[in-house]
Design a protein around this ligand. Structure first.
Ligand code: 13P
Length: 251
């Protein structure tokens, strides 16, 4: 399985011209990358323009969606994201939870996204700088309630400790490895060992090109969810290349 590196552009950049410039530099820099699956999640208004100028190796994702279509002013549905070329959708990001998104809403969104055949990237993570299994278990239980077992192969979990997001204070490799194991144990308890092992677990929080590969090699993560560093094309390309290089076995 290729490691998955996902760029979450959040609410950036401000113009389509800037979005195209950033995307084109990333695309150019990664044109020969085969060993890493790269997904760009821009604000959805840029999806059409970027997709038109993309190549197959780069996939797209949304940063959020609603669970219904119809009279819901300002919302966007999974179907719309799919029609814009998305294969992934970030859900339950802590920045959205801070705006009032509940586990119940996240659960409805996950189901709606899975129904469209898209892959939800469920963000979870503790608030204080101490991993608490109970807190993580509650987030997973709430968000994954009554999910079809057959849908689990499309589910992706992003472990993003809230204290590590945008702080230049990333979780260290050892603690990320422990968190990874705990998350896997919880998933195995919910869904059984054999189903749980197909679920990808990513790390996110203050990533940069210097440390990124360590989470794959040492923390045994299946991929990364990159915020700030994905807005600098050179840095993001470097990060992806380091992840690709980390996979080459040492002689
Ligand atoms: P930073 O990489 O800027 O810390 O953001 C992480 C994140 O929230 C990705 O979803």
């Amino acid at each position: 399985m290729k490691p998955l590196v996902i760029a979450n552009w959040k609410c950036n950049p401000v113009t389509t011209t800037e979005a195209k410039r950033l995307f084109n530099s990333v695309k150019e820099g990664l044109k020969n990358i085969k060993d890493v699956e790269v997904v760009i999640c821009p604000p959805f208004i840029y999806l059409l323009a970027l997709k038109a100028n993309s190549h197959k190796a780069i996939k797209f994702g949304g940063q959020n969606c609603f669970f219904e279509k119809g009279p819901f002013t300002g919302e966007i549905s999974p179907q719309m994201l799919k029609n814009l070329g998305c294969q992934y959708v970030i859900l339950g990001h802590s920045e959205r939870r801070a705006l009032g998104e509940s586990d119940e809403m996240i659960n409805k969104k996950i189901k709606a996204v899975l129904k469209e055949g898209l892959k939800p990237i469920l963000c979870i993570g503790e608030k204080d700088q101490e991993f608490k299994t109970k807190e993580i278990k509650n987030q997973l239980r709430g968000a994954l309630s009554i999910i079809k077992i057959s849908d689990l192969e499309n589910l992706i979990i992003a472990y993003e400790p809230v204290w590590a997001i945008g702080t230049k204070n990333p979780c260290d490799f050892k603690d990320a490895k422990k968190a990874n194991s705990s998350i896997r144990e919880i998933l195995a308890e919910f869904f059984g060992e054999s189903m749980a092992k197909n679920i990808l677990v990513l790390y996110g929080g203050s990533l940069n090109s210097e440390i990124a590969a360590g989470y794959i090699k040492e923390s045994k993560m299946d991929g990364l969810l990159v915020g700030g560093a994905s807005l600098d094309a050179e840095e993001f390309v470097k990060l992806v290349k380091k992840v690709a290089r980390a996979l080459i076995p040492s002689p």
